[in-house]
Design a protein around this ligand. Structure first.
Ligand code: ADP
Length: 471
């Protein structure tokens, strides 16, 4: 027989003895009862009937773990017959985890303090299912041997509550996390709102700055407009003074110029003695220059008068045909000299409400220009008719097949002293004032003067005047 087996027999003997003692002590509960006793004859351990059927498990084991007594309640809980348990190690009803716990904590605790309360243990039933129990244990020495007795309360309810607690804790955790997330979102939304509020503030500030700038600009604009108005008034005054001055000066220049022309003619006629050919040639040049200067002075005088508003218009019925007939003799020599064809297409009875002399002056200027700027064998035409698009006007147009005017210069020819082709014009002896004066006069009579042209092909100058309406 091994030492272990000898030791176990000895424990069994002693426990059996103690159990007999206990049984003796408990005998009054079972004596005379209908239930069988003793319960564990093999190991000489008897259990009180009450303990056997108690509403909790009971187990007694030796220090080496050998089960020496198990009550019926525990047998039924685990699904074992009592015979299957008694004599086996208590560790055989533990799952692995509990076995370790038993060896490292539970039993050392019991051995140290002699008892342990409310220790949670997991038991393994015969069918392999785990059963949680709460254990209270006491280790007592009996006849030199130590026996540990445990009562085991199944903790199905407790587990349920624990699970509910865990669930509640989990739910609380989730709720807390959700709340945290919510808080985070609210914080983010707040931050966004703050940023937007800041941006709005900045934008408002920017708008206010712009409004302030606009106010300042507006004030400057008003100041500038006032200033320009003042300067325009000064310029108007100066222009008026200039025109006055030119009118007076031109008049003063014309008298001596006419005198020069007269004296040159007298010399050319030999009134003051014979003239040599060289002298005659020189006198011709003086005469040409005098005429040119006189023309210039006349034009300047006219322009000055028009600009100074010192021109009076004697408005009357002016038959265009009569005007053409009056001007024709003045230009015929030049037309013939240039070998130009002259076409007149004037509808009879076309009449303007205008100043006859001024209309003649304008027509003379237009035909002179056409002759000047049309090469030999070209054509100059004069047309007159009532305006088809506006019955209140008549149109007088002078067209030529001359050198024409470039589009860029067309708008400028009505400005004073503008001459497009200087070389040609010098040849043509102009002053650059004719069109300016003509347009001013046309406008002064309630009409206008415009031009169209194509370089190399010719030009057309159109004078519009109010139509004479017989009452
Ligand atoms: P000017 O005394 O030089 O003729 P105008 O005011 O009458 O002055 O004409 C201004 C300029 O317009 C001329 O110098 C010429 O260059 C241009 N011009 C006027 N009429 C014609 C035309 N029929 N054909 C071409 N160019 C013209």
């Amino acid at each position: 027989m091994s030492d272990d087996v000898a030791e176990r027999d000895r424990v069994k003997r002693d426990v059996g003895h103690d159990a007999h003692d206990a049984h003796d002590a408990m005998t009054p509960h079972v004596s005379g009862g209908s239930r069988e006793a003793p319960l564990d004859v093999k190991l000489d351990v008897t259990l009180d009937l009450t303990l056997d059927d108690a509403p909790c498990g009971y187990v007694a084991f030796a220090d080496d773990g050998t089960l020496v007594a198990v009550n019926r309640t525990l047998c039924e809980l685990l699904g074992y017959a009592r015979d299957e348990l008694v004599g086996r190690s208590i560790e055989s009803i533990f799952p692995v985890g509990t076995r370790i716990f038993y060896q490292t904590h539970f039993f050392p605790l019991v051995r140290l303090h002699g008892h342990a309360e409310e220790v949670f243990l997991m038991l393994r039933g015969k069918d392999g299912a785990d059963i949680g129990v709460m254990a209270n244990a006491v280790r007592r020495e009996r006849s030199g041997e130590c026996i540990t007795e445990c009562v085991l309360m199944q903790v199905r309810e407790r587990r349920k509550f624990e699970e509910a607690l865990i669930r509640a804790k989990k739910e609380a955790e989730e709720a807390r996390a959700a709340a945290e997330l919510q808080r985070h979102h609210v914080e983010e939304a707040n931050a966004l709102l703050e940023r937007q509020a800041l941006e709005l503030e900045l934008q408002q500030q920017h708008l206010e700055d712009q409004a302030e700038e606009l106010r300042t600009l507006n004030e400057n604009l008003v100041e500038r407009t006032d200033e320009l108005e003042r300067q325009r008034a000064i310029a108007d005054q100066a222009n008026h003074a200039k025109s006055e001055f030119l009118a007076v000066m031109s008049h003063e220049l014309r008298t001596p110029l006419n005198a020069i022309g007269g004296y040159v003619q007298l010399l050319e006629m030999g009134i003051h003695g014979p003239v040599t050919p060289a002298q005659s040639e020189a006198l011709a040049k003086v005469s040409r220059s005098q005429r040119h200067l006189l023309n210039l002075v006349n034009d300047v005088l006219n322009l000055a008068r028009v600009e100074a508003g010192r021109v009076d218009y004697a408005l009357e019925q002016v038959t265009i045909r009569e005007v053409v007939d009056a001007v024709l003799p003045m230009v015929e020599p030049q037309l013939d000299a240039q070998h130009l064809r002259f076409d007149v297409r004037v509808a009879p009875g076309v009449a303007a409400h205008a100043d006859r002399q001024k209309v003649e002056q304008i027509l003379l200027n237009l035909i002179s220009n056409a002759v000047k700027f049309t090469p030999p064998d070209g054509t100059v035409s004069v047309d007159a008719a009532e305006d088809e698009s506006d019955a209140s006007r008549v149109i007088l147009r002078v067209t030529d097949t001359g050198i024409g005017i470039a589009p860029a210069q067309l708008a400028e020819i009505f400005e004073p002293f503008v001459q497009v082709d200087a070389s040609h014009t010098r040849r043509a002896q102009g002053t650059g004032l004719g069109l300016t004066i003509s347009r001013d006069l046309a406008r002064g009579m309630g009409g206008d003067l415009t031009a169209t042209s194509e370089p190399g092909k010719g030009s057309a100058f159109t004078l519009t005047l109010p139509r004479f309406a017989a009452t």
